[in-house]
Design a protein around this ligand. Structure first.
Ligand code: UD1
Ligand code: CA
Length: 452
């Protein structure tokens, strides 16, 4: 009865209570970002691909950022850090009473793990009925990882922490990544029997393997490439994880039909969406939430976040697109142009030295060099709405709130303070005064004065 009900019930427990002292940071370790996203968020998102019935994040005391990231999933608190086994124990109440087939334990500081690997572990546990399936990786000794000791049949016999290991065991290269898939019905029976009589005085989760074996249960190892399993303990590890993830994202972008002229200098976010035949020049950085249409060219040194870019657009070099940027097809954004919360219609252009904030620009309008939307008065933000086919002269200051109608022109150098109707020309600048011969006369006077 219970078997049929619980066969596929899966829970995930994410350990994130460690302070991560080696990061030397005010931020909890798992909140440090890889590809613009906190490590904990990576792990949570990856686990959701398995559609677990329950996800529990184990946080330490006083970690509001971890709690906010965990939501809407369940949260458990481990008040004192007494080891990985103790941390799993802290999740007991949050897991609830429903019988679980498998509990997957993952670490919040292992951000590169893939859903495929986690799925293989759950499958191995279900197919073999093992009490514990451990995710192993090959790491050339010496390393500080726990070592996986196999029996003759190739089952897992036990895990020995590096600090407790003999030289023979330290010579083994099969290491514990930390990830485990555990029989949900056996889990807390095993956890309850952990002891802390070891060199760190901690309740090691790894000891459940030996306990399960003494109960006559099986334990298995699933292997994955070490690239997926880097644990981040320091800033140097964080940079190493970033490099591996960026390599993965660049490879996927190219496989999907984008040209990266110099892949090593392009930085992507995990959610960057690139269309076909997009060409990205060197030194382009994508923050979160960017979608790029087909045939878009992004020239060197552009920084883009929170933006939708329509097909055929040309961006940069040296463009900055900030959140809320929406560009229709064939828009051109040139050098030193910044957009924030701004929409541009099809074929509109802003090619040089411009700030468009809280603005709408209609199709085929041209924004001259040096145009600034004056959108902020120190208190509120105001919108600038420019119609279609408008021509904004160079160095216009558009003082919002402001509407410029379809086909209107603003004269170069204008400070435009009130609405301009369709097809009108607005001139908001001092009138030019010419003084014939005055330049020559000026030079004569100066020469006489300086005796030249
Ligand atoms: C652990 C494993 C080791 C494995 C290594 C892989 C144990 C005893 N050892 O060692 O075999 O090779 O991971 O990286 O499990 N945490 C808590 N509460 C605690 C202790 C830890 O939440 O009381 C969390 C940490 O935040 C971290 C994870 O558990 O996310 C791992 O803890 P850590 O102390 O880094 O374990 P290791 O010593 O690296
Ligand atoms: Ca660790």
């Amino acid at each position: 009865m219970e078997g049929a009900m619980s066969r596929n019930r899966l829970a995930v427990v994410i350990l994130a209570a460690g302070k991560g002292t080696r990061m030397k940071s005010a931020l909890p370790k798992v909140m440090h970002e890889v590809a613009g996203k906190p490590m904990l968020r990576h792990v949570i998102d990856t686990c959701q691909h398995l559609s677990p019935d329950r996800t529990v994040v184990v946080a330490g005391p006083d970690m509001p950022s971890v709690e906010a990231t965990a939501a809407p999933h369940a949260l458990a608190h481990q008040l004192e850090q007494r080891g990985t086994g103790h941390a799993v124990g802290a999740a007991r109440a949050a897991l609830g009473d429903t019988p679980l087939d498998t509990v997957l334990v993952v670490y919040g500081d292992t951000p590169l793990i893939t859903a495929e690997t986690l799925a293989r572990m759950v499958e191995e546990r279900q197919q073999t009925g093992a009490a514990v399936v451990v995710l192993g990786m090959r790491v050339a000794p010496p390393s500080a990882y726990g070592r996986l000791v196999l029996d003759r049949a190739g089952d897992l016999d036990g895990i020995v922490e590096a600090v407790e290991a003999s030289p023979e065991i330290l010579a083994l290269d099969l290491c514990n990544s930390g990830v485990m898939a555990i029989d949900g019905k056996a889990l807390f029976g095993l956890i309850d029997r952990l002891r802390d009589d070891n060199s760190k005085g901690e309740f090691y989760l790894t000891d459940i393997v030996g306990i399960a074996r003494r109960d006559g249960r099986r334990a298995r190892v699933v292997e994955a490439p070490v690239d997926e399993l880097v644990g981040v303990n320091s800033r140097a590890d964080l940079a190493a994880a970033e490099a591996i993830l960026q390599q993965r994202l660049r490879a996927a972008a190219m496989a999907g039909g984008a040209t990266l002229v110099d892949p090593a200098s392009v930085f992507l976010a995990t959610d960057t969406v690139l269309g076909r035949d997009v060409v990205i020049g060197p030194h382009v950085v994508f923050g979160p939430d960017v979608t790029v249409g087909d045939r878009v060219q992004i020239k060197p040194f552009s920084h883009i976040e929170g933006a939708r870019i329509g097909a055929g657009a040309i961006i940069g070099p040296f463009a900055r697109l900030r959140p809320g940027t929406e560009l229709a097809e064939d828009v051109h954004i040139g050098n030193f142009v910044e957009l924030k919360n701004a929409t541009m219609g099809r074929g509109a252009k802003a090619n040089h030295l411009t700030y468009l904030g809280d603005a709408t620009v209609g199709g085929n309008s041209n924004i001259g060099a040096g145009t600034i939307t004056v959108n902020y008065d120190g208190f509120g933000k105001y919108r600038t709405e420019i119609g279609e086919r408008a021509f904004i002269g160079s160095n216009s200051s558009l003082v919002a709130p402001l509407k410029v109608g379809d086909g209107a022109i603003t004269a170069a150098g204008s400070v435009v303070t009130h609405d301009v109707e369709a097809d009108a020309i607005a001139i908001g600048r001092a009138r030019q005064v010419d003084k014939p011969g005055r330049a020559a006369r000026f030079r004569e006077i100066q020469r006489a004065k300086h005796k030249k």
